[in-house]
Design a protein around this ligand. Structure first.
Ligand code: GRF
Length: 224
């Protein structure tokens, strides 16, 4: 079994392309002291992303890195990795980052890139997961925090939350209810990483109990 990251305060680099509500929920958890982490930098691939303003308002370095400035993805990712290293990041957090992460990032941060997906993986991968769930007619959907690997939404699962799908739901109403759960399970998953409690065997993630020396007061391993 392999530990993802030794216990200790996380130094997060958040990548996001849009609204930034997950960024905000993670930042808020660090401020409350529920998450032993510091958001070192926020990078967005989109100039108009609301998350850039949010980060700026909270005093977090907010950087727009335009993929269009680079001749290919590898070159863009090499610059992105440089930025993350400049800010001494030890965990990369995707929060609505609308690009596939390539091997340049994954090899620089092996098993150190996490993502949140608004469905119960392995169901409904890719874009518009909430719409896919409504159209398929499932009774339950939810969200998944997972480690990022080379596939799309295929990496080892850290935590999931289940959300019922109501008959009246459209993709927007379902997305809102799922989002509320995303805002809970993302920081809780990161806190497990900060506590050094997550171990990998094959593609399965194991959650070890808190050691007595670690305090023992934060014992939630799942919201379900
Ligand atoms: C969330 O639904 C997340 O699951 C998906 O993209 C959305 C980002 O929302 N990956 P926000 O920008 O964090 O508000």
């Amino acid at each position: 079994m392999k530990q993802f990251i030794p216990p200790g305060r996380l130094r997060l680099g958040v990548l996001a392309s849009g609204r930034g509500s997950n960024f905000d929920a993670i930042y808020a958890a660090t401020r409350r002291g529920d998450l032993d982490a510091e958001v070192r930098v926020l990078v967005s691939d989109r100039r108009d992303a609301a998350v850039l303003t949010k980060a700026d308002e909270r005093g977090i370095p907010a950087i727009h890195l335009d993929p269009g400035r680079f001749s290919h993805r590898e070159e863009y990712e090499r610059r992105l990795v440089e930025v993350l290293q400049e800010y001494d990041v030890n965990l990369v957090v995707l929060a609505g980052y609308m690009r596939l992460v390539g091997s340049t990032i994954l090899e620089s941060f092996p098993n150190r890139v996490v993502n949140i997906h608004p469905a119960l993986l392995p169901a409904f991968t890719g874009l518009n997961a909430q719409r896919q769930a409504v159209e398929y007619g499932v009774r339950f959907s939810g969200c998944t925090v997972h480690i990022v690997d080379h596939g799309m939404d295929t990496g080892p699962i850290i935590m999931q939350a289940v959300v019922p799908v109501e008959q009246e739901d459209d993709e927007d109403t379902l997305a809102l209810r799922i989002l509320a759960q995303e805002h809970e399970i993302y920081w809780r998953s990161l806190q497990l990483l900060a506590e050094g409690r997550l171990w990998l065997q094959g593609r399965k993630v194991y959650i070890r109990p808190l050691l007595p020396t670690q305090g023992g007061h934060k014992d939630e391993t799942s919201t379900n």
